[in-house]
Design a protein around this ligand. Structure first.
Ligand code: XMP
Length: 514
């Protein structure tokens, strides 16, 4: 493993991903972890991330010198670079040499371990106040900028390397190459971490964890639960039962996709619970978005637990595991970081016997989203499942502004299917993050169709581009595609006489309308 020590910047996750893109397995650890504990994990190399603070700021995170003396190759980036410099006796000062954003880097030692084969002038992404003016003893300065004399250094003998900039961001055009030089040349690591390894490793771990017991997995129709279930299925086969709750708020063809494609690809046992009536009854008369979300969440848990209970009755009490599609970013964000999950989840709500405890199986805990997709591909899941765009748990229930009824859902399903079809036909699926299609059920406007006046509802298209859904921008879709979607929706969907485009970024708008 390569450890990425997180100094509190948003860059640690990106660095970990870049290392994995170099086909080397990496994990993030907090900078508060004692050095002895880091070393106990036998890392092949350690990377120190950037961070928000100055090395001289009060309470700035520091590192024990022993980290640099353990013989483990270390690569410091930005804050990590400055920390390496000061800890080992170099000089970092606030000499006004601030640099933010794209900066030209001058490589002063061609053929160095990190810069071998890269241009002597290359753009890099900087973000720093303090600057290094003297490298520690034994280090060679390998690059500078117009204002920073020491922008990179290395001590090949001790396998210590550092750069002032952020090689992990795309604006540093040779950053990935520099990172790979560190991993392959500096640390001597073979690039052999692949999704095939992940599948093999996880299958073995799941077999060990589950043994001859049974497991249940809730399928949402999304990528994560599908891939998690497929992995467990591959590991323990018929010991797994999948549960899919059809709440009637799904898009056109979605339930069928789970029923057919998922089962065809994995051979998993699937229990589909048709709960449409129950959800629609519970939602009757409700327009408030938060109330809708609460009702859908509550009903979902009840139906899922009921299904679990039935499976327990059918299959016997040895059902002991609950499979979840938790991803690495969730683990890191909740402060988890290392180790495997063995959290007990008490499911004694809604009629389950008090003494039944599920243990969680979370085979995606170490993976980023794009890696989950690759694992899904490796497992033979169809493209439509693996490349699926995000879709909210409450489904179309939060895409009808106003009360949710069966008629309105059917109408929205038609409009949504047309929009998706045209976006796919135009080859735009990979360009957009997702495109909610929203029915303004409480709004009517006047139109004219044929020779007659209409008084129908508007449909809103909300195509967005995003990296993580935390922020988003509206997608500049080609007018021709928008025109086609608009024409088809107004022609083919009764009661819709207007299609409008949402041109709001997030913030201030959220991606969904409710
Ligand atoms: P917002 O609307 O908050 O959405 O900008 C951000 C992302 O989250 C999705 N979303 C949900 N996903 N359950 C989910 O599983 C939910 O309740 C939920 N609400 C929003 C949304 O589609 C977008 O990708």
């Amino acid at each position: 493993v390569v450890l990425v020590v997180d100094f509190g910047a948003q860059y640690a996750q990106l660095i970990a991903r870049r290392v994995r893109e170099a086909r080397v397995y990496s994990e993030i650890v907090p900078s508060t972890m004692p050095v002895a504990e880091m070393l106990a994990r036998n890392p092949r190399a350690i990377i120190l991330s950037g961070g928000p603070s100055s090395v001289y700021a009060e309470g700035a995170p520091s590192l024990d010198r022993s980290l640099f003396e353990a013989g483990v190759p270390v690569f410091g980036m930005c804050y990590g670079f400055q920390l390496m410099a000061t800890t080992l006796g170099g000089t970092v000062d606030d000499n006004g040499a601030r640099e933010y954003g794209r900066t030209p880097l001058h490589v002063t030692k061609a053929g160095s371990t990190l810069f071998e084969g890269t241009p002597t002038e290359q753009p890099v992404w900087m973000s720093h106040g303090d600057a290094c003016s003297a490298a520690p003893e034994g280090f060679t300065v390998t690059a500078s900028t117009d204002v920073v004399p020491v922008a990179a250094f290395e001590n090949d003998e001790k396998k210590l390397y550092g750069v002032q900039y952020h090689p992990e961001v795309l604006h540093s055009t040779h950053g990935q190459q520099v990172l790979e030089h560190f991993l392959y040349r500096g640390a001597g690591i073979e690039p052999n971490w692949t999704t095939t390894n992940v599948v093999e490793e996880q299958v073995a771990l799941i077999r060990e964890q589950v043994g001859d017991k049974r497991a249940i997995c809730g399928l949402s129709g999304g990528v994560d639960s599908a891939v998690a279930a497929a992995l467990v299925q591959k590991a323990v086969g018929s010991q797994l039962t999948c549960v899919y709750v059809d709440h009637g708020l799904m898009r056109k063809g979605e339930t069928e996709q789970v029923e057919k494609d998922f089962v065809a690809a994995t051979g998993a046992k699937l229990k589909v619970v048709d709960a449409e009536k129950r959800f629609l009854d519970a939602l009757a008369g409700v327009s408030d978005p938060e109330e809708k979300r609460k009702i859908i969440g509550r009903e979902f848990i009840r139906v899922f637990e009921q299904a679990q209970l039935e499976i327990l009755q059918e299959e016997g009490p040895e059902v002991a595991f609950l499979v979840q599609g938790t991803l690495y970013p969730d683990v890191v964000e909740s402060g988890g970081g290392t180790g495997t999950a063995n959290i007990k989840s008490h499911h004694n709500v809604g009629g389950l016997p008090d003494d039944i405890e599920f243990q969680l199986v979370e085979p995606l805990r170490q993976l980023f989203k794009d890696e989950v997709r690759m694992v899904g591909q490796e497992l033979g899941l169809p493209e439509e499942i693996v490349q699926r765009q995000p879709f909210p748990g409450p489904g179309l229930g939060i895409r009808i502004v106003g009360e949710v009824t069966k008629d309105r859902l059917d109408l929205l399903r038609e409009a949504d299917a047309i929009a998706r079809e045209e976006l796919t036909a135009a080859g735009l699926d990979r360009d957009i993050w997702q495109c909610p299609v929203v029915l303004l059920a409480d709004v009517r406007s006047v139109g004219v169709q044929g020779d007659g006046r209409t008084y129908g509802h508007p449909i809103v298209l909300r195509p967005v581009s995003s990296e993580d859904a935390m922020t988003a921008d509206w997608s500049r879709l080609p007018y021709d595609t928008l025109a086609k979607i608009s024409t088809r929706i107004t022609n083919e969907v009764a009661d819709v006489n207007r299609v409008v485009l949402d041109v709001t970024s997030k913030p201030p708008g959220t991606i969904e309308w409710e």
